[in-house]
Write a protein that binds this ligand. Structure first.
Ligand code: ATP
Ligand code: AMP
Ligand code: MG
Length: 206
């Protein structure tokens, strides 16, 4: 069977604080106002629900500090649940957009968010990589610090290094399932422009 779902599948990645969730909220607004069917899911939400149920964490930014085998368990479960939920929910080519990471910075090293088992479960047509200027991303992380804990990413230099690894990771995962890697710049103050590029991508893939 070819590595594709009936529904158009986009995996949206990018370093913490680049604006994936913000841009995907704009994509949702655009698709809703056009009366289109779609599903946007956050991979971390699926992991967090299970991690909290087990009492392993109390905050989403603690998950990348769990023992790697525990993260692996959560990751595998999330991929399977997302695929099952999308199969139940989506009709025809109506798109699935998964808000996640191609690379996770953990205390025991860079760890793939989309290893072979995960990417084969999700079967993306395209892996979107959201990028922005590292200084702008750092400022976004700081503005968000009341609700998010991203200081372990390591400031502007940490962001710059992670962005390099994130490109390599996105390409490596894409190669496993013959997906494209689509880079979208999330310019300061203009998340709707990035969202528009993602909507255009959905239309081109369909
Ligand atoms: P994480 O991977 O940690 O979940 P994320 O990529 O989902 O991060 P967001 O939570 O969407 O990032 O955005 C981080 C912060 O940056 C938020 O405060 C958001 O409002 C802000 N932000 C997002 N996009 C832009 C933009 N284009 N211009 C200015 N601020 C932005
Ligand atoms: P987010 O809100 O997107 O930053 O997601 C919260 C947390 O979920 C991340 O910091 C990771 O610990 C975890 N997470 C999200 N996507 C993945 C993935 N594909 N693989 C492993 N962990 C993930
Ligand atoms: Mg997010």
């Amino acid at each position: 069977m070819p590595p594709r779902n009936p529904f158009i599948t986009l995996i949206v990645t990018g370093v913490p604080g680049v604006g994936k969730t913000t841009v995907l909220a704009k994509v949702s607004e655009m698709l809703s106002s056009a009366g289109r069917e779609y599903m946007v899911v956050n991979f971390g939400d699926y992991m967090l629900k299970e991690a909290m149920r087990n009492g392993w964490v109390s905050h989403r930014d603690e998950m990348r500090h769990l023992p790697l085998r525990r993260q692996l368990e959560l990751q595998e479960m999330a991929a399977r649940s997302i695929r099952e939920d999308a199969e139940k929910t989506l009709r025809g080519k109506a798109p699935l957009l998964v808000d996640t990471h191609a690379i996770i910075k953990t205390p025991t090293g860079y760890w793939p968010g989309l290893p072979e088992n995960v990417v084969r479960e999700l079967r993306p047509d395209s892996i979107v990589l959201v990028e922005a200027d590292p200084e702008a991303i750092y400022a976004r992380q700081v503005r968000d610090s009341a609700t998010r804990r991203r200081s372990d990413i390591g400031g502007v230099e940490g962001i710059r290094s992670l962005m390099e690894v994130a490109r390599q990771a996105a390409l490596s995962s894409a190669t496993l399932v013959a997906a494209s890697v689509f880079i979208v710049v999330n310019e300061e103050g203009r998340p709707e422009e990035a969202a528009k590029r993602i909507v255009d991508l959905i239309d081109m893939l369909g």
